[in-house]
Design a protein around this ligand. Sequence first.
Ligand code: MG
Length: 167
Amino acid sequence: MAMERNERPEVPACMLLDIDGTLLHHHGSPDVVIKAVPRLLPGVLIKMAEWARAGCRIILVTGRRECMRAVTERHLEQCGIVYDQLVMDAGTGTRILVNDMKPNGDGPTAVAVNLPRNRGLYGISVRPGEVRVEVSEEYEREYPDAGEVIVGPCVIRGPGSPPAGTH
Ligand SMILES: [Mg+2]
């Protein structure tokens, strides 16, 4: 089918995923994590396979320290998690993704999903420019304490040019 003018082919998303509490059960401090048996959270393998089939890049970003790289790679392998890159030592502070918007206004280029700890990836749908989180009644019954999911692009509106004296 011929593409309409201005219509863009769907571009797969780049998924930046946390590990502990997001993909694997959060075991707490590094000395516990290093000895723990890794436990996959619900929906993780299904969602990651779906995103891989869609051509998404999978980049794992973790606060685990660089000295835990080998044990982290082992945990991921044991759980069957396939990824493109593993970024260690991201600290424990808020992770903020910064990207410029495309001039044609083709949807947000940066989106954040803040999940309750150990909720898993069940119910998250990602399409170019859009992230949806659907929680089924079955999931609600199984995980009644899952809490609230926060989704959204972060748009900072302000003056069009930087303050004088900045570059
Ligand atoms: Mg975490």
